[in-house]
Design a protein around this ligand. Structure first.
Ligand code: FAD
Length: 402
């Protein structure tokens, strides 16, 4: 008698999708069901984009080819833009492009299409930059190089504005001065501005950490403008709430993220960021054949806290989702997702960073020691999968600590 093949579809090849795929392959081996399971991962392109590196001065190695891990494990990669998910008939439709991708049906779906930059409505779209995707980070990089090549001839070319004084905005703005110094022979009269709508920058950090961040911004010569509501962006000029005008060729937006619009296909509660509520096994309560992991998922890390949009949470959620999807298909034991430990590591430019622990974000270390944690432990290690497939599979266990 021929065995019936089950199809696990993973939508999204970021941190959550990648680790879902690795964990699913691992659990299929554990349960001895490799011959009965087809795993397909769908992504816009063939890369795992290391988004936390997209603000860096050098983008080399900031995305890695998915096929290196997928091919040896027999996981199919489909490159295409998912247009629609139809839960009633359990299939996915693609945006029609030069290479038509046929609809794909699934038995179990892991939704891991992440999040995207939420653009405030005052900005002139197409005239601002962001570091949300590799393509956008590359566009910004090209723009900075072009400005550096002309020697910053006009006031607007010498004025750099980052909108959003939270985690991503801070990492972008503190990296900019050294990046420009690296690109240009001289950087005369260049100004940097950080714009925040709240009364203070560093939302989510306690007062001592915010003080540390402010001192660092002062040291780097970055002008901070807080309580900036009602901004206008017109003809290459940013007009602040106090009517101050900043003619600028470079506005970089870092005003937060919103969950992938594919979440809209599913019933069930969601938060203000559009994330879908999941149960402890990362299933959508209204669609038990669908699990959600990463930025699109609203999962509890412990009884009192929800995960934030971060790789810190996306990777373990992916490991749990992959394990559970295969377990649910083949009568294995799904595992609850839990992640009580929380820490942050904020890059603050050359030789400086800020590491905190706990949901109250107590400062653990700052300065060079924190910078080494950011670059060596996080950016160069924790967010990249091991090169060796066996090591990767071992790390894909849902009980692996981050
Ligand atoms: C500049 C920056 C700095 C950051 N710094 C940190 C940090 O220091 N620490 C931290 O923990 N987090 C950080 N983050 C957040 C972190 O990168 C995200 O939380 C993480 O990427 C979420 O992983 P994910 O797999 O859910 O989504 P993503 O990484 O966004 O992956 C989603 C994938 O799905 C694909 N996709 C989406 N829609 C479709 C579609 N319709 N069709 C096909 N494919 C689709 C995308 O192309 C992408 O490959 C940072 C983010 C940015 C932008």
């Amino acid at each position: 008698m021929t065995k019936v093949m089950k199809h696990l579809l993973i939508a999204g090849g970021g941190f959550a999708g990648f680790w879902s795929a690795m964990s699913a392959a691992r659990q299929a081996r554990e349960l001895g069901v490799r011959g009965q399971l087809k795993i397909t991962l769908i992504n816009r392109d063939e890369y795992l984009g290391l988004r936390p590196r997209f603000y860096e001065a050098d983008l080399t190695g900031a995305r890695i080819p998915l096929r290196k891990w997928l091919v040896p494990l027999g996981i199919d990669l489909v490159v295409g833009e998912i247009a629609r998910i139809i839960p009633a008939s359990r299939h996915i439709q693609f945006v029609k492009g030069p290479t038509a991708v046929p609809d794909i049906a699934y038995d179990q779906l892991i939704l891991a299409t992440g999040s995207r930059q939420a653009y405030p409505d005052f900005v002139e779209r197409g005239r601002v930059f962001s570091v949300d995707t590799f393509a956008e980070a590359t566009t910004l990089d090209r723009h900075l190089r072009a400005l550096a090549a002309t020697g910053f001839p006009t006031p607007a070319s010498r004025t750099f504005v980052v909108v959003g004084g939270s985690f991503t905005g801070l990492e972008i703005v503190t990296a900019l001065p050294s990046k420009l110094e690296h690109l240009a022979r001289s950087t005369p009269r260049i100004t940097f501005h950080l714009i925040e709508q709240a009364p203070e920058i560093g939302l989510g950090y306690p007062p001592d950490a915010r003080l540390y961040i402010m001192e660092r911004l002062r040291h780097l010569g970055i002008t901070v403008h807080t309580t900036q509501k009602g901004l206008r962006h017109e003809q290459g000029c940013l007009i602040l709430a106090d009517k101050q005008q900043l003619p600028t060729e470079t506005v970089i937006v870092a005003t937060g993220f919103t969950a992938s619009s594919l979440a809209a296909a599913f019933d069930g509660p969601r938060d203000r960021l559009g994330r879908l509520t999941v149960d402890t096994f990362l299933r959508l309560p209204a669609h038990p054949e669908v699990l959600a992991a990463g930025d699109i998922s609203l999962a509890k890390t412990d009884p009192d806290h929800y995960a934030v949009m971060s790789c810190q949470h996306a990777m373990p959620q992916g490991r749990t989702a992959g394990h559970n999807a295969v377990s649910l298909l083949f009568n294995g034991s799904p595992l609850p997702y839990s992640q009580p430990r929380y820490r942050t590591c904020l890059d603050l430019g050359p030789g400086d960073a800020l590491v905190t622990a706990g949901w109250e974000r107590h400062i653990i270390t700052t300065g060079l020691e924190a910078k080494v944690i950011k670059t060596e432990e996080i950016l160069n290690q924790a967010i990249s999968p091991p090169m060796d497939i066996t090591d990767t599979l071992a790390m894909a266990s849902p009980v692996t600590a981050l």
